[in-house]
Design a protein around this ligand. Structure first.
Ligand code: KIV
Length: 275
């Protein structure tokens, strides 16, 4: 009964939404990382990562696709269940993949799959004004939701590629408005990808919920990166916001610990990682 009670007084209690809110309130940076399998999940846990995301970026880093568009619910559930077996302390978040949330009902059905079959504790969906009702529907069913704004990889064929978003004043204002509406609809966390640092700061200050950034500057409440990028497994040209943490580290665990420390100590992101 109430399994979490067994850990509440331990020195490593599981991270909850309450933990993230407290961290935002106290100005403690939240260290998040993607993960796709049980072996690396054990390392993210041992390194004290706060939030682990089973991202649909697995389409690119695991499956070798050009985009996340071909990723299916079956792929997400398979990888999420593997990661869930390896993590104990981090909050486990998973992506709803491309076209798995075209309606409120489909979104709910697929969020439930990620939670029941995959073990996810929070569901992330690429969002904008068009997803406010979906976020509200999930939140009304007591599902923890993260709304992903900025560069939305599932939309690259519509938006014209992996580009920095919100550079123009009108687009920036729209993003601030969308973030506020998604928060009012019940989003528990907002994630901002690839936007100017000044816009990352404006949205973070405008919201009460924790804001996690990737390529969104140093002022968001937390940072997230793709695990294979920080371990330099990803080949070829990497996004500007990536830092290699394996260089100089003895092993993968040490590299992940260095990432967590760099986020907590505000050493990452540095100006060269920002737009
Ligand atoms: O799919 C993913 O890994 C993500 C991160 C890049 C935030 O959404």
């Amino acid at each position: 009964m109430y399994t979490q009670l067994q850990f509440r007084d331990s020195d490593r209690p599981p991270v909850t939404l309450g933990t993230l809110s407290r961290m935002k309130a106290q100005g403690e940076k939240i260290a998040c990382l993607t993960c796709y399998d049980a072996s690396f999940a054990v390392l993210t846990d041992a390194a004290d990562v706060d939030v682990v995301l089973v991202g649909d970026s697995l389409g690119m880093v695991i499956q070798g696709r050009d985009t996340t568009v071909p990723v299916t619910m079956d792929h997400m559930v398979y990888h999420c269940a593997a990661v869930a077996r390896g993590v104990h302390r981090p909050l486990l978040m998973a992506d709803l993949p491309f076209m798995s949330y075209p309606t409120r009902e489909r979104a709910l059905e697929n969020a439930v799959r990620l939670m029941q079959d995959g073990g996810a504790q929070m569901i992330k969906l690429e969002s904008g004004g068009g997803q406010v009702e979906i976020v509200e529907f999930l939140a009304n069913h007591d599902i923890a939701v993260c709304a992903h704004l900025g560069l939305k990889p599932q939309s690259v064929h519509k938006t014209g590629g992996f580009r920095v978003q919100g550079r123009q004043e009108e687009a920036a204002q729209r993003m601030v408005g969308d973030a506020k509406r998604l928060e009012s609809a019940g989003a528990d966390v907002v994630l901002l990808e690839c936007i100017p640092a000044a816009l990352g700061r404006t949205i973070t200050e405008a919201l009460a919920v924790p804001v996690i950034g990737i390529g969104a500057g140093p002022d968001t409440d937390g940072q997230i990166l793709v695990l294979y990028d920080i371990l330099d497994i990803t080949t070829g040209r990497k996004p500007r916001f990536v830092r290699n943490f394996i260089a100089g580290a003895g092993d993968n665990l040490e590299a992940i610990k260095r990432y967590v420390a760099a986020v907590r100590e505000r050493d990452y992101p540095a100006p060269e990682h920002c737009f």
